[in-house]
Design a protein around this ligand. Structure first.
Ligand code: 5GP
Ligand code: MN
Length: 327
């Protein structure tokens, strides 16, 4: 296949040269991260490689069906690998505690689609035009003629589907549908994936939604929307921080809102923010990077030290500035 990008050939050569692998992804993994990590690991094992798969955090409940054999494990110290493959991680730090456990390696491959990716690998395939890392993993596996089994098709389809907001975000492109179509042809179980990922929310999440709908705030002519998730809100509703994926969509999806922001209390003086933009003129990755975070132009995040109200004021001011510059 001479039309393969050189970087894909380089990745495949590196994989073929090595025997022991560790596939890693970012902390608080989402569907794309989990799907990409699992599919990559299963592909390597099918090729007779020795591969482990590490994430700092446990899988959110709704993705557990993708990993019935518990391939994804907590990192362990003192292991050595020929090759470490990071998927969907914009920076090496985003690997969290996994980062310390994969220091003993010959080569680090970085496969990602975040425009803020710092290219921390020895070989970097960073394609910010790709709506998901799963789409990149799919292309890599196809180019390398790796088998894509049904469980792998489920994993990759979940990644493509979740990172495109079910094929809605503007990053969605013709190839996204081709990839998804081919994955369905290879046996991805659409009914199961839709049921597990989109139609099986725990009641605790519904309680959290009640809280969100009754407390969210609008400002700047209703163009900025935000809400807070405090530790007490999790305790009261029984929800877990891992189950907050997608809550922000409920305020983003209001018509006048251009930028949505969630503030999540991690500690009294540490707040995680999630940002979403509905305008190509407002790049929330730039806003997040003002606070040491990153992401994509339409979806980004950061973790910010400081008192909650001061964090809120600074973040809302940064969003406001970005909105003004968009005119
Ligand atoms: P979410 O709001 O869903 O947690 O994250 C949105 C996007 O921003 C994801 O693609 C995620 O990888 C990225 N992101 C979230 N938090 C951070 C962060 O602290 N640092 C960086 N570099 N990216 C982040
Ligand atoms: Mn992703």
């Amino acid at each position: 296949m001479s039309s393969q990008p050189r970087i894909v050939r380089k990745l495949l050569e590196t994989i073929r040269e090595h025997q022991t692998f560790c596939v890693v992804g970012h902390m608080r993994p989402d569907g794309d991260c989990i799907g990409s990590q699992l599919a990559m690991t299963l592909a390597l094992r099918n090729e007779g490689k020795e591969a482990v798969c590490w994430n700092q955090d446990p899988l959110p409940q709704k993705y557990r069906f993708l990993d019935p054999e518990r391939v994804i494990e907590s990192p362990k110290r003192g292991k050595a690998f020929d090759c470490v493959i990071a998927t969907d991680a914009a920076t090496f730090d985003r690997l969290g505690t996994v980062a310390d456990c994969v220091q003993d390696r010959k080569v680090l491959l970085n496969i990602d689609h975040h425009e803020s990716n710092t290219r921390y690998g020895d070989v970097n395939w960073v394609s910010s035009r790709s709506p998901s890392t799963a789409e990149l993993v799919y292309r890599l596996l196809r180019a390398g003629r790796f088998a894509i089994t049904k469980p792998m098709a489920d994993c990759l389809f979940t990644g493509v589907s979740t990172d495109t907001g079910s094929f809605q975000y503007p990053t969605t492109r013709p190839s996204t549908y081709h990839v998804a179509g081919d994955l369905v042809a290879r046996g991805a179980n659409l009914a199961l994936i839709c049921d597990e990922v989109y139609q099986s929310y725990p009641l605790s999440r519904a309680r959290l939604l009640k809280h969100i709908y009754s407390t969210f705030r609008l400002t700047d002519d209703d163009r900025i929307a935000y809400f807070w998730l405090k530790k007490a809100d999790f305790a009261r509703t029984g929800a877990e921080s891992a189950d907050t994926e997608g809550l922000i969509d409920h305020i983003r999806d209001i018509e006048p809102v251009i930028v949505a922001c969630v503030f999540e209390e991690l500690d009294p003086e540490r707040t995680r923010i999630s940002l979403r933009s509905k305008s190509h003129l407002v790049n929330v990755s730039s806003i997040a990077s003002e606070f040491g975070g990153g992401g994509h132009s339409a979806a980004a995040g950061a973790t910010i030290p400081g008192k909650p109200l001061s964090v809120q004021r600074r973040v809302v001011a940064a969003i406001r500035r970005a909105l003004h510059h968009s005119h």
